[in-house]
Design a protein around this ligand. Structure first.
Ligand code: TEU
Ligand code: CA
Length: 571
């Protein structure tokens, strides 16, 4: 079975602002990432996705780009970037950059020009509409960050369209000159040797505002196939498109092998399915495993023969996995390792979000003043203006707000978790004393070592990459049970998503014996009849075959001195 190189890799997402601060200004930076490459190599990571590092006023922490071909000064210089790229390459780690081409910053020169006059050559790089006869908004489209998606510019008497903040004007992808400039920029970065792109809200670029269409517009796939022809064709690179609106059907349009568009997408149905239908993520719902399993299973089956799944619990926009789906207070190690096992044995490419590998948790901010995220701050303002309580909003933001994922990476028990010797741009989670990379790496049963083993197993066992998925006990409210099969090999995965001891009767087809590839409790050799699962127990059992399986559970040996040193806070 032919494996495309990125199908057996694991990607690690870095939010540069919060990863490691090398110069004490309280903001993570590119040199900080370079200083942590040994840590990432030891984890087994093959690819890094960097959230945007480009010049930006940082209204949306870099997802508002003012120069696609300049490094944000607070993150460093091109020399720093070139150093990162070459040091990563020495460790067989590729770099994916974050391509944000649905919109730019309002400080981008294109927008600065466009807003000067209606006949400026760059005017049509953006989406402008006249007010209605009564001077009102062109239509009722709203921004994801609250309020109308239209802002009026009196200088030229028109509104411009922005699906996010008013400082992130949407680009007009119907303009061929604009598309050509984007492709030129992409080739400029690709020629530097990056491994590919994560593509921000790529489902939005086909917008048709007069029809009220913001996602999956009629020309979306024409643009992506043109982009592929003009930039990606002939290059062995990885692309992953963020597509909150994706369905299994559209996923095949984006990622089908014959489509020549993207390698894979991030779909979010497993996330939004847990949101309130009216208030979205701001009114959390109780966790529903049966619903989650049905979505994960649907996506496994939909992309089983073509296309390719990304696998993730978290990213810089989502709450911390162990807080959202596990039990950070009661069974921290068990639930974090269970979540990792349940996800990494699925078919697709796993994405680990910075700090997930050490079980970082949500930050229990009590005041809106502790929050930094523009989405949260805007929504809080609208919530309070609508007469609802700040405390009620903060309870929701504490569970699902984006800042939960943006508190500084916790490297050690040093002040600020060893992230900075200065004052961090956002508060460090006080549990860094207990939850940090240094502690985790030294403990053979830690979350970190569990991730390291999972990543290693994927490289060693083609069944984890290519095996066919089949779920069992679909209606069980606490157990996620599935198998992967490749040829005469089969892996049985069982995960208890609860703090309870759960007894279940296994279907006869799951009665088997073999070797435990990984577990967060004691290894099992036989499965049959009634099985008792401990709180948040998860394991993967490879059915007995003639092929001896190397001991995958051997603990990581003591840390090499150079790595321990690498974790010490920099002067
Ligand atoms: O996110 C797109 C996006 O839709 C999310 O912000 C989502 O709307 C929100 O988190 C759900 O509550 C991408 C980036 O990942 C995000 O960080 C940016 O803020 C956004 O696009 C604009 O670039
Ligand atoms: Ca810094």
């Amino acid at each position: 079975m032919q494996t495309t190189w990125w199908q057996s890799e694991t990607v690690y997402q870095i939010y540069p602002r919060s990863f490691f601060d090398s110069n004490g200004d309280g903001i993570g930076d590119i040199a900080g990432i370079t200083s942590r490459l040994d840590y990432l190599q030891r984890l087994g990571i093959g690819l890094l996705w960097l959230s945007p590092i480009f010049k930006s006023p940082m209204d949306d922490n870099g997802y508002d780009i003012s120069d696609y071909q300049a490094i944000a000064p607070e993150f460093g210089s091109f020399d720093d970037f070139d150093e990162l790229l070459s040091e990563a390459r020495k460790r067989d780690i590729g770099i994916l950059l974050d391509l944000v081409v649905n919109h730019t910053s309002d400080e981008h020169v294109w927008f600065q020009e466009a807003r000067k006059s209606r006949d400026n050559p760059f005017r049509d790089y953006y989406v402008w509409r006249d007010p209605t006869d009564k001077g009102g908004l062109p239509n009722q489209l709203n921004s994801d960050f609250g309020g109308p998606a239209w802002t009026f510019e009196s200088a030229t008497g028109q509104y411009y369209f922005h699906q996010f903040s008013h400082r992130q004007p949407d680009l007009n992808w119907e303009n061929a000159d604009m598309r050509r400039d984007i492709y030129g920029m992409m080739n400029w970065w690709l020629d530097k040797g990056i491994a590919g792109f994560r593509m921000d809200v790529i489902d939005r670029i086909g917008k048709q505002v007069d029809e009220g269409v913001t996602t999956d517009g009629p020309h979306l796939h024409d643009y992506l196939q043109e982009m592929h022809r003009e930039t990606l064709a002939g290059r062995d690179v990885l692309t992953v498109g963020e597509a909150w609106s994706a369905t299994p059907g559209s996923a095949l349009l984006y990622t089908g092998r014959a489509r020549n568009e993207l390698s894979m997408i991030f779909q979010f149905e497993h996330v939004t399915q847990q949101w309130d239908k009216v208030y979205g993520k701001w009114k959390p719902k109780p966790f529903d495993l049966v619903g989650l399993k049905s979505v994960l299973g649907k996506w496994q089956m939909a992309l089983s023969d073509d296309g390719w799944n990304s696998l993730f619990w978290g990213n810089h926009d989502l709450p911390r996995a162990v807080s959202r789906y596990g039990d950070a207070a009661g069974f921290h190690r068990e639930s974090a390792t269970m979540l990792a096992t349940a996800l990494h044995f699925l078919k697709g490419t796993p994405f680990v979000y910075q700090g997930e590998e050490i079980g970082m948790t949500n930050a229990a901010f009590s005041s809106i003043d502790q929050y930094k995220d523009i989405e949260t701050l805007n929504m809080h303002r609208l919530h309070v203006e609508a007469g609802r309580s700040s405390e009620e909003f903060i309870a929701g933001a504490n569970q699902n707000g984006r800042d939960n994922a943006r508190t500084p990476m916790q490297w050690s028990a040093a002040p600020n978790g060893g992230f900075t010797t200065g004052v961090p741009w956002i508060e460090t989670n006080p549990n860094f004393l207990r939850i940090n990379a240094e502690t985790e790496m030294g403990d053979e049963r830690s979350i970190w070592n569990h991730y390291r083993r999972l990543i290693e197993l994927r490289k060693r066992h083609p069944i984890m990459v290519h095996g066919a998925f089949q779920s069992y006990l679909d209606q069980h409210p606490k157990l996620f049970v599935y198998t992967r099969r490749l040829g005469d090999e089969r892996i049985v995965v069982m995960a208890n998503f609860s703090a309870d001891i759960v007894t279940a009767t296994l279907p006869t087809e799951l009665s088997t014996q073999g070797r435990t590839l990984i577990t967060n409790y004691e290894p099992r050799e036989r499965l049959e009849g009634n099985i008792e699962m401990k709180p948040y127990e998860a394991f993967a059992l490879l059915e007995e075959t003639l092929v001896a399986v190397a001991d995958d559970n051997k603990a990581e040996s003591a840390l090499p001195a150079e790595l321990t040193k690498a974790l010490e806070p920099q002067a």
